[in-house]
Every structure is written in structure tokens, then in C-alpha cells.
Design a protein. Structure first.
Length: 121
């Protein structure tokens, strides 16, 4: 009797696993479509997006190499390592230019080149 109960429980679990696997395949297909529509442009997740992915990945013990589609598994592993070492997640790209430096550069742009040579010597 107990064997039948285990067999029935196993059958129910497997039925749910097939549905879960189908949902994962569906989500992966959506990611592939979105990547194709982007036309080679990179998707750069914000620090909040990374933190959200890491929190969900924690539930899977960070074993997401076969599931992750928005970044490479190596990038995700680097994020996990940064999280473990306590380094904060920062934005990707060049830092913003200080406002007064930006204003100075914008003031110099319309400056005639022949006058700039006379002033710089």
C-alpha cells in the first residue's frame, strides 16, 4: 500500500515537472525572440536588476547556467563572486562627467580654432 502511495506521489511530482519544464522553455523562447529583435544591441541590466536576478538565483543555489538567458553564465558567476566578497554592484559604463567640466567643454566647442592656438601659446 505504501509503495502505491509513493508511486502516486512520484507521478504527481513528475507531472508538475513537465509543466514547469515547458514554462521554462517558453520563457527561454521569449528571451531568444527579444534578443533577435534587439539586433545585436547589448542588454545591460541595472544594479537593481542584477540584485533581483541574484535573489532568485539564490533560491536555485546559483545553478542557473542552463536557465539564464539575459547574460552569459560567466557574467552571472562574476556577480555571485562580487556578492560573496561584499563588493557592491555598480553601474556599467563610463562615469558621468562633472557638471562644471561639462559646461567648460561646451563653452570651448564653438571657440574658433585659430584663436585657440593664439591663446594657448
Amino acid at each position: 500500500m505504501l509503495r502505491w502511495f509513493y508511486a502516486l506521489a512520484h507521478l504527481l511530482v513528475e507531472a508538475g515537472a513537465a509543466r514547469r519544464d515547458a514554462r521554462i522553455r517558453f520563457l527561454k523562447a521569449q528571451v531568444k525572440i527579444l534578443r533577435r529583435k534587439l539586433g545585436g544591441n547589448l542588454v545591460i541590466p541595472s544594479p537593481d536588476d542584477r540584485a533581483r536576478l541574484l535573489a532568485i538565483g539564490q533560491e536555485l543555489d546559483h545553478d542557473v547556467a542552463d536557465v539564464i538567458g539575459i547574460v552569459t553564465p560567466q557574467t552571472y558567476c562574476r556577480w555571485v563572486e562580487q556578492l560573496r566578497t561584499g563588493r557592491r554592484l555598480r553601474r556599467v559604463g563610463r562615469p558621468k562627467i562633472v557638471r562644471n567640466l561639462r559646461e567648460l567643454v561646451l563653452c570651448l566647442v564653438p571657440f574658433p580654432v585659430h584663436l585657440f592656438r593664439a591663446v594657448s601659446t
